[in-house]
Design a binder for this molecule. Structure first.
Ligand code: ADP
Ligand code: MG
Ligand code: ZN
Length: 510
């Protein structure tokens, strides 16, 4: 069998398997309800680590971004990173949390080779933010999940275990050790894999939009553990949960949750019980395996961090952070839809690309028509910028020039085709709309006599096409319009041209 067809077979099998799983899930969930709470770790977008001045940049030479503080040498003292506190508070405010003015750093003790201090500085019973809410949408409608808490903590390093045959040593990279994280803990409010997925997507969007986290799951900037339980429909008490780890992509989160829901239901339906345990998702095998059971659950011996005073965030500081909070994605979607009458696709592009959105809104505010602006900014200008590898913040066409171009277009002084040529030249030369249009004499020809000259020439040189049209082949009309356009190099007013051409073709003497 050829490679392509075996690949196609495999993807067909995967497709069938996914459909079967979805069907099994639907049957199972007719009498059972899934209950999910997510714990999300987000790496904060600070330049430096949480308690020292080491860089947080990703991908550097292993162990090149370390110092005595993050290596846990004796006698050193941590100094909290102000920016990390700002970002944690910003995320709290963006999700409607109450911000605690006096939160406490705590020591979480455990031994692991990538944790040189043998403890992690985190927050325990007094986290910086509590009681928030995240709104999201699933196919059936809008939903929300409450947030239990958001707390600040430092990350551990990374262990690299042997991957290839012949390798025997595990290696440790401590560059990530001490990187600031927030842990965002939801209440068990999510009712299935679709909700978990949509919640996570909404959270990622808020994190990115507010500049709190870059949201990069491949680089580990965003990590998710899922707590899953099931209960009979109508039951109000929570079932015993398991915790799923190693879900380092959205797809894994969804797949692992589905797997775990089906496993728990099958077990309960055959008279078994669920053990509270931590499970590791194995993507290659599509199943989980036990990492640790409740019996060997850690006792972290939390206690207040003796090297750090309470973290004080004054009401003034909170107000300052609130003031700098950008408009949030959901609110922005609603406003863009309302204010400009844009379609869903355009709204999505604008929400995902705030700089493009700013440019677009400035064009409209400057007097550009919003429908035209959405096409000419989102498609035409962005297309040119992609071609040149430039950002819109560094657009060769400033906002007032885009407005000038669109106003000419709206007034019928330019055809779409001429406007495209003008924009291309404006992008390439940095010239103004007026200069480009004047230089080429790209004014629309709307004078009937001038248009008729083009029409007569086209009729004269295409007798066969004209005869066919007159004999009833309507589709030739578009083609003839195209010929007039071509001959005039796109300069004739298209609407008037069509009117005059119809008249000319209807007149047998022409
Ligand atoms: P721990 O302190 O062991 O981490 P928590 O009670 O703080 O446990 O809960 C951690 C996460 O597990 C939270 O996101 C919470 O919503 C979720 N969770 C707790 N109980 C359940 C349950 N029975 N089913 C599903 N999720 C749960
Ligand atoms: Mg936990
Ligand atoms: Zn350091």
């Amino acid at each position: 069998m050829s490679r392509e067809s075996s690949q196609a077979n495999r993807s067909r099998e995967a497709q069938q398997e996914a459909e079967q799983t979805a069907a099994r899930l639907a049957v199972a969930l007719s009498s059972w309800e899934a209950v999910i709470g997510l714990e999300v770790h987000a790496q904060l977008r600070t330049r430096t680590k949480l308690f020292c001045a080491c860089s947080t940049a990703f991908g550097a030479e292993p162990n090149s971004q370390v110092c005595p503080v993050c290596l846990g040498h004796p006698g050193v003292l941590p100094v909290p990173n102000r920016e990390a506190v700002v970002l944690a508070v910003r995320m709290g405010l963006a999700t409607g949390c109450a911000v605690r003015e006096r939160s406490i750093w705590a020591r979480k003790n455990y031994f692991y080779p990538d944790l040189p201090k043998n403890y992690q500085i985190t927050q325990f019973d007094r986290p910086i933010c509590e009681h928030g809410e995240v709104r999201f949408a699933v196919a059936a409608g809008p939903r929300s999940a409450r947030l239990r808490r958001i707390h600040l903590e430092e990350d551990a390093g990374k262990s690299k275990h042997p991957e290839k045959a012949g390798e025997t040593l595990s290696r440790i990279d401590l560059n990530r050790c001490g990187t600031p994280l927030i842990e965002i803990v939801s209440e068990p409010d999510l009712r299935g894999p679709e909700e978990a997925y949509a919640y996570l997507a909404a959270l990622k969007e808020i994190l990115e939009h507010t500049g709190v986290c870059d949201g990069n799951m491949e680089e580990g900037s965003l990590r998710c553990d899922a707590n899953v339980s099931v209960r009979r429909r109508g039951e109000t008490a929570l079932g015993t949960r398991t915790e799923l780890k190693n879900l380092n992509s959205f797809r894994f989160v969804e797949k692992a949750i589905i797997y775990e829901i089906l496993r728990q239901i099958a077990r309960l339906e055959t008279g078994g019980t669920i053990e509270q345990e931590t499970l590791l998702w194995e993507p290659a095998l599509g199943r989980t395996r036990t990492m640790r059971s409740k019996e060997d659950a850690h006792d972290y011996r939390y206690f207040p961090e003796p090297d750090l005073p309470p973290l004080i965030v004054s009401p003034d500081w909170i107000a300052e952070i609130a003031l700098a909070l950008p408009e949030l994605p959901e609110a922005k979607r609603a406003r863009l839809r309302r204010a400009y009458g844009l379609g869903e696709g355009e709204v999505e592009i604008l929400v995902r690309q705030p700089e493009v959105c700013d440019y677009f809104e400035q064009v409209v505010a400057g007097g550009g028509d919003s429908r035209l602006a959405s096409v000419w900014v989102l498609t035409e200008l962005v297309g040119h910028l992609n071609r040149l590898g430039r950002q819109i913040t560094d657009s060769p066409v400033p906002v007032p020039e885009m407005v000038a171009l669109l106003q000419r277009l709206a007034a019928g002084k330019l055809t779409g085709k001429l406007a495209k040529m003008a924009l291309e030249e404006m992008v390439d030369t940095g010239s103004t709309a007026e200069l480009v249009i004047q230089a080429h004499g790209w004014e629309v020809v709307s004078d009937d006599r001038a248009i008729l000259q083009f029409i007569d020439a086209v009729i004269a040189s295409n007798p066969a096409g004209v005869a066919e049209y007159r004999a009833g082949k309507d589709s030739n009309f578009r083609w003839l319009v195209g010929q007039v356009m071509k001959l005039s190099r796109g300069q004739v007013d298209p609407r008037r041209t069509e009117e005059l051409l119809r008249q000319a073709l209807a007149d047998p003497d022409a």
